[in-house]
Design a protein around this ligand. Structure first.
Ligand code: CTP
Ligand code: MG
Length: 399
């Protein structure tokens, strides 16, 4: 398993602030927990975070969403889940960042602060910020050039033009040396527009690196529409729970006495006993096992694989059915762990040949088969001796 201690020492933490209420989005739920598809804004944001170089990840969530945030973060983290911390936020973004800062591990040197609302920020945009902080020791803000012409207005009147070349739009994550950010937060007693402004106010230099057009902040319903359109074109790989390693299946079969020839049941011949009728040799025990095994592996049933289109099985005995069933399973990546089958019949008397039947079935299937037998107290078609019923349970495992 991936382990922090065997990788390069972790020197970076990323605080993902997700504790806002999303008033401007107006969805009635905290913004980070609004869905872009079946996944939340926060979950999408964490894809970029975990695509970036490994870092401690601190998610700051509304108090009542800490559990949901933890589930999202663990799902996004996969094998890196030990890097995740979730903490309750505060009344302002600045208070939420401070809550996150209080949980940064002791040996972290660089801290990035990221808005969950910038849900589609790619991992490389995050790495660019961390690398620049490490290289320069300065605060770092990702920016995009401003493309619109910017005017100064007073009420309805244009009062001037601002030179666009002097402007840039700031994004997150913004990155800082840990000691610088902690000290700046300790001395900050007013609200700043962003972390870079707070750190600059403490007298530190702030640099700019290239931001990403995908790192736009989801603020208004139009932003949400844009993010949803982008996500539907490039969905998160769907996160399915791991398929269980073992599965069970059940099968039953019934055949009436009345066939020609001799009786074949549970993989052995029974001289002197009346035969069962049916396609193939009427071996209800073998057929119940085939259904149980195929059903356990989710591979259909006896009719799916041994229908009339396979005439070679028309007169076949248990050994052919069970060997082919084992091959079908193996091709699909499964193996049989064991099968238990019960025969309900007044005849033949099973006890004397139970061992022989178990050996024959076990050899044919290549997995342990146990056989038990019962009469049904004279009741029903088995009790009247009209036929035989078998019920099988199979356990299969990933090969
Ligand atoms: N944020 C936070 N704690 C707060 C306020 C904001 O963690 N008390 C986070 C938001 O969750 C968001 C980021 O800061 O990821 C940027 O804030 P903003 O876009 O303003 O989000 P909201 O405050 O949720 O939205 P609004 O201002 O429309 O209510
Ligand atoms: Mg806000």
């Amino acid at each position: 398993m991936w382990s922090v201690s065997t990788a390069a020492p972790l020197r970076t933490a990323i605080i993902v602030v997700a504790a806002g209420s999303g008033t401007r989005l107006g969805r009635g739920a905290p913004k980070a927990f609004v869905g872009l598809d079946e996944h939340t804004i926060l979950r999408h944001c964490l894809r970029g975070v975990f695509d970036a170089e490994p870092a401690q990840v601190i998610v700051v969530a509304p108090e009542e969403r800490v559990g949901t945030a933890l589930a999202d973060a663990h799902e996004a983290a996969g094998p890196r889940r030990e890097l995740v911390t979730v903490v309750a936020g505060g009344a302002t973004r600045q208070a939420s960042v401070a809550a996150g800062l209080s949980r940064v591990w002791a040996d972290i040197e660089v801290v990035l602060v990221h808005d969950a609302a910038r849900a589609l920020t790619p991992g490389d945009a995050i790495d660019r910020v961390a690398d620049a902080v490490r290289r320069t020791g300065h605060g770092v803000v990702p920016t995009l050039p401003v493309v619109d012409t910017i005017k100064r207005v007073a009420a309805d009147t244009i009062t001037g033009v601002v030179d666009r070349s002097e402007l840039a739009a700031a994004q997150t994550p913004q990155g800082f040396r840990r000691d610088v950010l902690v000290a700046a937060y300790e001395r900050a007693h007013t609200e700043f527009t962003d972390d870079a402004a707070l750190v600059a106010d403490a007298g530190h230099e702030i640099d700019s690196v290239a931001g990403s057009p995908l790192a736009f902040k989801i603020t208004t319903p139009a932003d949400l529409d844009r993010a949803r359109a982008l996500v539907s074109a490039d969905p998160l790989p769907s996160v399915r729970p791991a398929a269980p390693a073992t599965r069970v299946g059940v099968g039953t079969d019934v055949h009436a006495f009345g066939g020609g020839g001799k009786l074949w049941l549970a993989g052995v011949a029974w001289p002197g006993e009346p035969a069962l009728s049916g396609h193939s040799d009427g071996d209800a025990v073998a057929h119940a096992i085939v259904d149980a095994v195929l059903g356990a592996a989710g591979l259909g049933d006896i009719g799916t694989h041994f229908g009339t289109d396979r005439p070679e099985f028309a007169g076949a005995h248990a050994d052919a059915f069970l060997a082919e069933t084992a091959r079908i399973l193996s091709r699909a990546g499964w193996r049989v762990e064991n099968v238990a089958v019960q025969v309900q019949a007044v005849r033949p008397k099973f006890a004397p040949r139970r061992g022989a039947a178990e050996r024959a079935l076990t050899d044919a299937l290549g997995a342990p088969v146990s056989v038990s037998a019962t009469t049904t107290d004279g009741l029903g078609f088995t009790g009247r001796g009209e036929g035989v019923q078998a019920i099988a349970v199979a356990l299969v495992a990933r090969a």
